[in-house]
Each structure stands twice: as C-alpha cells, then as structure tokens.
Write a protein that binds this ligand. Structure first.
Ligand code: NDP
Length: 451
C-alpha cells in the first residue's frame, strides 16, 4: 500500500519536533501536526519561561549581597508587565525557530489537531486526512487540578506566564517540582507565598537530606510552607479567594495555584478505538522501543508518562528514529538520568537516594553541609549540601545529590562520572578545583554513616 507519508508525528513539542527532523534527515517523508504552539510545554509554558522567571527572581537577593560587597544598589520594584512582554517576545522567537527548523529539514507541518482514524490514518481538525506507514504520538501532558469545590477559579502552571499582574499573595498546593520551583520564584518576585503540601516532606522521591535542606532554606527565605496540609474547598472573596484547609484555618489569598501533577494528553485522540492500550492514568503504554500495542503507532515523551523531562523525550525520539528508520533497534536508556529542581537553592541529583540505595545493598554515605563563601561573606546563613551514596561492594557512586546555587550546572558533569560507573576512589583521585562549592564532592574522606 502506498502511504501519503512514511511518518506522521502528532505533537510539535521537544520530542515530536526532534524525531520529525532527525527522521526527515534520513530521507523519510515526514509530516507533523500541532494544534497549539510549536515548542510544546518546555518552550512555551514550561522549562524555558520558568527559567527566565528563575533568573528574574534572583535579583533582589543578588542586590542585597551586592550591598554587602560594597555596592550602592537597591532592587526597587519589579515591573512584571515589562518582563512578561520581553519573555513572550523571546518565546515567540523560539517558536519561530522550531517552525523553521521543521521546514528546513523538509518536514511538512500542519497547524491542526490530529486524531487517529485507524492504525495508519490521521484525521486533522482542518478536515484533511492522511495515511502514514508509522505514526508517532508526542502530545505531552497538561496540568490537572483535583476535584475540589471552587477549584475552577484557581491557576495552573500554564496560567502563571500569562498573568496580567503579580498577585500580592498566593497559595500554592503541591510539593513536587512545579510547586517548589514556583514557590521560590514568586517569593523572589515579592509575592507573599504560602505552600500547602499534603505529605510529611516536599519533593517526594528525592533524597531525604536534600529535601530537608531545601524545605529549610525555602522557609528561611520567606515561603510559608505547611506540611501535612491540604485544601478542602475554596471560593471567591474580597481580594482573591477564601480557602478552607485541613489545618482548620480559613484564609484569603490573592490567587490559588494548583501544582498537583500533570496528565498525559490522550483524550479524544481515537487511540483506544485504533487499538492503542492506555494505562491507568491515560498514558500510552509502550515497550522499550516506544512501540505501542499497535505496531505502526509509537509514542514518546510525557504522553507515555515514563520520565517526564524534555531531554528524555528528545532521547526517546532519537531512539525511535534509530529503531524504525535506521535499522538499528535502540532501546531507550532511562537509567541514571541527572535532573535539577530550580528551587532557591537548586537541587541537582543523579542516581539513587540514600533511602533507595540502602534498600538495595550495603552503602556508605559521604555528606557535607556548609555555608558557601559567597553568601557567608554577605552575612547569609544559607547552607549547601554535597552528598555521595556509595556501594560498599563495588565502590561505585550510586547517587550524587547537591543542594547549592547552580546545582543544575554541577550535576550535569557529576552525571557523566556516575553514568560512567565512577567509584568513590575515582572521585577521590580527581583534584579539587579551588575555591569552589563543588570541590567538596572530591574531598569527602570519611563516610558519615554506613547502612
Ligand atoms: P509532581 O507529580 O512532581 O508533583 C505533584 C504534587 O502534587 C505532589 O507533591 C503531589 O503529592 C501533589 N498532589 C497530587 N494530587 C494532589 C491532590 N489531590 N491534593 C493535593 N496535592 C496533590 O508534579 P508537578 O506538577 O510538580 O510536575 C510534573 C512533572 O513535570 C514532574 O514530575 C517532572 O517530571 C516535570 N517537571 C520537571 C521540572 C524540572 O526538570 N526542573 C520542572 C517542572 C516539572 P504527593 O507527593 O503526596 O503525591
């Protein structure tokens, strides 16, 4: 059978665009449909604008430090509309780059929503329909709010980048990446931030010691963090929203922001009708090669709910092209993925937490926490944490956890060593770079505990 295209990609985010471009470079006839903006969550309403906001939010603290270093400066006010407009101009520019990258690689793009009519046919919201030998679903995910009375008035992360004005106060619900990052960002921008997290400690799944220090530092910098607390209901009130919570209080906040997780975008896409199996949360079920239960249909990125990070979606897209169009079956490697949480201070992490590692095998823990010189000189009391979790049997570093300014930058490189299988002794024989925060990662001589 002759198909219109060799590959039809649904979704123009990080994963979909990369797969489309790399496939087209192999001479494959590729089409891509995107119903919203090119660049997807990461570029338009996620990592990229978030990072601009992280930068913006750091200036008041930097300015305070600058005073301690002898400068006559002060932060003045934050002009959100001016910053927002500049940020969106930059996002428009990036979106244009995504569009032109597709065009220049020979991918035909359709500004339309797409759904599957069958295992080889895609129907577009424009009324057009195309057949393809392979279909790649890369539709990502979207934020979800819990089913709480009045929640329809609340914000999710998508909305934050579009606010007309910064609220005076905000309640953030959740304790994951998004909740903690925005608690720090908005706090830095001068918003009074309250955060409710239902569990005993924020950032579930990360190393306990790292979580503890981040929570401590967030509180010290002014985030009013309440653990073991959740919202019961909310409704409009003068000056914002009245919120009733499980700690027995009723308070008014300018805005309420649910950072309570994300769901895969699989609704109304004809997936199940075409025979594609979905999991309990609506995610597309795939094998190690990103192939679904329908052999011609593949899926990558957040829609598969494996590891929901942009660089992972990109790698899944590349592995898909290797497998399907380059005759080189490539399973996706989800082991030892370094990641960063852009809180204040940042967290950089790779490998196992102490808690997971000690469940697996006997370990040694090397850990140090101190006030770094830049902040200490400025009279700040904030601390950093450097931690290595080491296998007693193989001496391999099973986990590396850093809480520090620029931990995201540090962990990228520590990630190379850990991915290569570096042992504690490999770290030890690497000379320190002095004076830096990260030198402590190669100078920890004695385990603080074994388990
Ligand atoms: P997460 O799944 O990380 O966190 C969701 C949070 O909401 C958890 O603390 C969860 O609590 C809580 N929660 C869930 N349901 C409810 C409820 N009904 N009531 C109260 N609290 C609730 O999701 P995020 O939205 O923070 O982030 C989504 C994903 O996006 C991340 O997993 C990550 O993969 C990615 N991301 C990555 C970033 C980065 O790399 N820096 C930045 C932002 C996002 P509990 O722990 O009890 O389940």
């Amino acid at each position: 059978m002759e198909f219109d295209y060799d590959l039809f990609v649904i979704g123009g985010g990080s994963g979909g665009v990369r797969a489309a471009r790399v496939a087209a470079a192999e001479g494959v006839r590729v089409a891509l449909a995107e119903g919203d903006r090119y660049g997807g969550t990461c570029v338009i309403r996620g990592c990229v604008p978030k990072k601009f906001m992280v930068f913006a939010s750091g200036y008041p603290e930097a300015m305070k430090d600058a005073q301690e270093y002898g400068w006559t400066v002060h932060a003045g006010g934050f002009d959100w509309p001016r910053f927002r407009s500049k940020m969106h101009t930059e996002l428009d520019r990036l979106e244009e780059i995504y569009r032109s990258m597709l065009k220049n690689s020979g991918v035909v793009s359709y500004d339309a929503r797409a759904r599957l009519s069958d295992a080889h046919t895609v129907a577009l919201s424009t009324g057009e329909s195309f057949t393809a030998k392979h279909i790649l679903v890369a539709t990502g995910g979207r934020p979800v709010k819990p089913d709480i009375p009045g929640a329809e008035g609340a914000l999710v992360s998508d909305d934050i980048f579009l606010l007309d004005e910064m609220p005076k106060s905000i309640l953030i619900i959740g304790g994951g990446y998004i909740a903690c990052e925005f608690a720090c960002i908005l706090n830095g921008l001068g918003v009074e931030v309250t955060q409710y997290y239902r569990g005993a400690q924020i950032l579930r799944g990360f190393d306990d010691e790292a979580r503890g220090l981040v929570a401590e530092e967030m509180k010290a910098s002014g985030v009013d963090l309440h653990l073991g607390t959740n919202i019961i209901d909310m409704g409009p009130a003068e000056g914002g929203y009245r919120v009733k919570s499980t700690n027995g209080t009723e308070k008014v906040f300018g805005q309420v922001f649910f950072a309570t997780g994300r769901n895969p975008n699989t609704a109304d896409m004809g997936l199940e009708e075409a025979g594609v199996s979905l999991g309990r949360h609506g995610q597309i079920e795939v094998d190690n090669y990103s192939q679904t239960s329908v052999p011609s249909v593949y899926a990558i990125g957040d829609v598969t709910d494996r590891v929901n990070l942009t660089p992972v979606a990109i790698r899944e897209g590349m592995a898909f092209v290797e497998t399907v169009f380059k005759g080189n079956p490539t399973p996706v490697d989800h082991e030892l993925i370094p990641t960063a949480i852009f809180t204040q201070p940042e967290v950089g992490t790779v490998g196992l937490s102490e808690e997971d590692a000690r469940d697996q095998e006997p370990i040694e823990v090397y850990c140090t926490s101190f006030k770094p010189m830049q902040g200490a000189f400025a009279g700040r009391s904030s601390r950093v944490l450097m931690k290595l979790v080491v296998s007693q049997a193989t001496r391999k570093v099973l986990g590396c956890h850093i809480v520090a300014p620029n931990a995201g930058e540090i962990i990228q490189l520590a990630g190379v060593a850990v991915k290569m299988g570096a042992t504690k002794e490999d770290f030890d024989r690497t000379c320190a770079v002095h004076p830096t925060i990260s030198e402590e990662i190669v100078t920890m001589k004695t385990p603080v505990r074994t388990a």
